[in-house]
Design a protein around this ligand. Structure first.
Ligand code: NIG
Ligand code: FE
Length: 380
């Protein structure tokens, strides 16, 4: 079954040498992009969809989310808005609720959020564990995630559980927990931050994760300056996430590496922190991604469009830079070449905006602008 999308006013991400094409058409065949080019050269297909002059983009790649959880923390958010700072300790509240939930409840929560994301144009989702913090609980988190999302990250090292000593917990994470979780995950992550895991512990966990076949990524430099970004680069991590507090050395290290700087501006919005310096990263030549970090604590938004709008308004990214960071940037942060673009051969993850240009994502913040989404060639 093939579909030709005709009358595309603006087609993004369909050619290596030209990110935007005007008056274009796109052909989907068997879950893949089969052809992209000028409207008048469009080949015939089994069915046609008239985009009516709208903009067509690759589906968003949300490369950072924590969806396996129960309960929520709206009161913590309200307290923050009245001046209380965000602290890693809030994670333990969600750990308690998550441990008490059934597998079916946790799966339903992931499904609900993945559905919410899909309706907003997100077609690739990464999800982390990290609200279980025992071997059994972390294993079930990565197992549930693996059945419902594209990419899974083992984040046993999210915070030290209240009833354990740090050294004892690191031994558990690098031993039996890793062994139980590695078969369900592709990445290993550590919350490298004061109040969570320090540099030595982070290196120990990434080293063990890598030995188990997982690709490192890191929660780095979210709450203050620290060693996270440098360690991410040292480990050739796929991504260093947050990057809210960066030194000049951190920026230079990222620029000289293939580690993607994944910026999560909806977290800064929801925690009232300064926004990361996207301009410094981009101008130095670092690869930048945008993601939501959807979780019940630091940011309960699943909207990539909101992240794009924040990146443009608050981080001085151009609309093109922001949309590319939310699509191909996310794909790079997940070391994926089949998503985040619409060149022939890509997975047919297609977002038709109810707008003539990608600029409208930032120009009309908060307005639903998804006209239609295909994921893997199927209408969502
Ligand atoms: O990416 N910083 C660590 N983890 C999450 C927040 C988790 C929570 O507060 O529940 C984050 O911001
Ligand atoms: Fe996170």
């Amino acid at each position: 079954m093939s579909t030709v999308i005709t009358n595309i006013g603006e087609l993004a991400g369909a050619a290596e040498d030209r990110w935007l094409m005007k008056d274009a058409a796109l052909v989907i065949d068997g879950g893949r992009i089969a052809w992209a080019g000028p409207s008048r050269q469009a080949p015939a297909a089994d069915e046609a969809y008239d985009a009516g002059g709208r903009a067509v983009l690759p589906g968003f790649v949300d490369s950072h989310a924590h969806l396996v959880f129960a309960g929520e923390r709206a009161e913590e958010f309200a307290a923050r808005m009245s001046g209380r700072p965000y602290a890693a300790g809030g994670i333990r509240t969600t750990v308690e609720r998550t441990r008490a939930a059934s597998d079916a409840e946790l799966a339903a929560n992931v499904r609900r959020l993945v559905g919410e994301m899909a309706r907003q144009g997100t077609t690739t989702v990464e999800c982390k564990s990290g609200y279980g913090l025992t071997v059994e609980q972390e294993e079930r988190a990565v197992r549930i995630a693996a059945s419902l999302v594209d990419e899974v990250t083992f984040l046993g090292a999210h915070v030290v559980p209240a009833d354990m000593e740090p050294e004892e917990y690191v031994r558990l994470v690098t031993g039996p927990m890793l062994e139980a979780c590695a078969p369900h995950a592709r990445f290993v992550d550590v919350f490298c931050e004061r109040g969570a895991f320090d540099a030595d512990q982070t290196r120990e966990i990434l080293t063990a994760g890598r030995a188990a076949g997982l690709v490192p990524r890191l929660h780095a430099n979210q709450l203050g300056h620290g060693p996270g970004v440098a360690i991410a680069v040292e480990f050739d991590a796929a991504s260093a996430d947050h990057c809210t507090f960066l030194s000049d050395e951190d920026v230079a290290a990222l620029a000289g590496s293939r580690t993607v700087a994944t910026l999560l501006p909806a977290v800064e919005f929801s925690t009232r922190q300064p926004y990361p310096d996207a301009r410094a990263l981009i101008d130095a030549g670092a690869e930048v991604a945008l993601a939501t970090d959807c979780n019940p604590g630091s940011c309960y938004s699943s909207s990539m469009a909101f992240c794009v709008a924040l990146a443009v308004r608050e981080m001085r990214m151009t609309p093109e830079e922001a949309v590319r960071a939310a699509t191909e940037g996310g794909a790079k942060a997940l070391r994926r070449t089949d998503v985040g673009h619409l060149r022939p051969g890509a997975r047919a993850d297609v977002l038709v905006l109810d707008a003539p240009s990608h600029i409208h994502l930032a120009y009309r913040p908060g307005v639903p602008q998804v006209a239609r989404v295909w994921r893997n060639g199927r209408a969502v």
